[in-house]
Design a protein around this ligand. Sequence first.
Ligand code: IPE
Ligand code: IPE
Ligand code: MG
Length: 240
Amino acid sequence: MSNANVNNKLPKHLGLIMDGNGRWGMHQAHSRLFGHRVGLQHILTVLPICYKLGIPFVSGYLWSLENWHRPTVEVAHMRHLLQTFGPSLVRELHQQGVRIVHSGKRTGLTAEELAVIDDGVTLTQNNGPNTFNIVFNYSGRDDLLHAVRRIAAQGVAPASISENLFSQMFSTPLPDLDLIIRTSGEYRLSNFLLWQSAQAMLYVTETAWPDFGQRDLEAALRYYQEALEYQAEVRAVAEG
Ligand code: IPE
Ligand code: IPE
Ligand code: MG
């Protein structure tokens, strides 16, 4: 695909459900943990492609609240990766002028783990416009509850609770998602950014996250553009 093609209607906010690391690791080296390490590093390969194509806001699903129920060894490895790989991910993104934000709970993380995330957010807060939202320790339902609790705590009158107000109540307010790509073939949202995905297009590829590259991204963008064109045609017909 030429750039002229994809430059047209690009998503402003792309969600990446980066799935399949475990299966990929088993396939490559008989180790799910290997897959997690390579999968995290792979973020640094894919993000620059997104930004270069002109997608300014990317949310990457790294770890859900449900993922803590995985086997102890895998959970410990993920915590270890956050400590060891997190700071270099932050440094690299900062060098590229990327702003980092975080969606997810703070509870359940150690002071050291929170420091990795908070340092990344603080260090890069004046960067932009390209932004990477680290979706870590996250549950879409929990995020909705958090928003509801904040509204209740502020004593907002029910009639004043608008979609606009609600959108401002999340742990990190985000633009709506335009396109969500899920790697590794499964057709699920897995509790990813539920409010923000209301109108998002969904694209599922069989490719596992560590193998996901420019061609896959361009195929997803083609799908996105065709779906938008189709929607516009349907609207035009409906309006006569
Ligand atoms: C996604 O890969 C990354 C996560 C940390 C959840 P998985 O670990 O879910 O890989 P599969 O889906 O089991 O292959
Ligand atoms: C979704 O993948 C979450 C992440 C990529 C972090 P999972 O592998 O955790 O999702 P389920 O368990 O298949 O729904
Ligand atoms: Mg998975």
